[in-house]
Design a protein around this ligand. Structure first.
Ligand code: HEC
Length: 216
């Protein structure tokens, strides 16, 4: 697994529009602060204003519901090979639309990614490691979230992350026993795929959002 942060930066900029948010420098400046916050198990509401967190929750819910609907329809209609298109094209498209509508830069990431563009930066990685620790200690993934504030120069941003659990239909393409035809279709598009071998109930990845904090 080679998580080149430049891929993450590329997708971020494509979501945000040309460099509206200098994500990588933001990450570097705040990595230490954030890994400390993540290690302490930063909970929503610790730092991020409640209104932002509530907004982010709504967007995350919309994203999850739409994705699930599209995936289900595609699996029923055309089987897994059609559904691969949903995951690779529809997910980023829904993300881009929700970003434009909500002002949050909306994305998906994971500790083991299929598409290197979804690779986490150090802040996202630290938050997901903390999610996994909380999960291992018995906390359910449902309802788990993390939010906080990061600074970049004079601009402050609110981030929000929420785990994405592995559900039964996900196993078709992310499980330990993926059919050979699907495996081939995935390998064609994603030669560096690291997103198989998951079990139902495990954390598959996370939604990751960020938005400038307005001081008003
Ligand atoms: C039909 C195959 C298929 C199914 C079913 C599927 N996925 Fe995916 N998944 C993919 C593909 C292809 C990608 C790469 C998308 C991209 O290029 O951004 C992906 C990417 C992801 C990512 C982004 C991180 C990464 O690895 O690149 C997450 C998170 C994810 N899937 C979660 C899920 C969950 C949760 C489910 C079940 C609800 C699911 N997937 C079902 C094929 C599938």
């Amino acid at each position: 697994m080679n998580a080149d942060p430049s891929y993450a930066r590329a997708i971020w900029i494509s979501i945000e529009g040309a460099g509206a948010m200098k994500r990588n420098s933001l990450t570097r400046a705040t990595a230490v602060l954030l890994s400390a916050a993540a290690a302490a198990g930063a909970q929503a509401g610790d730092e991020a204003p409640r209104a932002y967190v509530e907004q982010a929750r709504g967007v995350a819910k919309e994203f999850a519901t739409e994705l699930k609907g599209e995936l289900k329809a595609a699996l029923e209609e055309g089987g897994a090979s059609q559904a691969i298109g949903v995951c690779s094209e529809t997910a980023p498209a829904i993300g881009a639309r929700l970003s434009a509508e909500s002002g949050w830069a909306v994305g998906r990431t994971a500790l083991q990614v299929r598409n290197p563009r979804n690779a986490p930066d150090s802040r996202e990685r630290a938050v997901m490691m903390a999610f996994q620790q909380r999960h291992a200690a018995g906390e359910g993934l449902k309802g788990m979230e993390s939010a906080g504030i990061v600074e970049e120069g004079s601009q402050r941003y609110v981030y929000y992350m929420k785990p994405i659990p592995t559900q039964k239909p996900c196993l078709t393409c992310h499980g330990g026993d993926v059919k050979e035809s699907i495996e081939r279709a995935i390998a064609e598009r994603y030669p560096a795929d690291a997103a198989t071998g998951f079990e139902e109930g495990e954390m598959r990845g996370a939604f990751t959002f960020i938005k400038p904090l307005s001081d008003r």
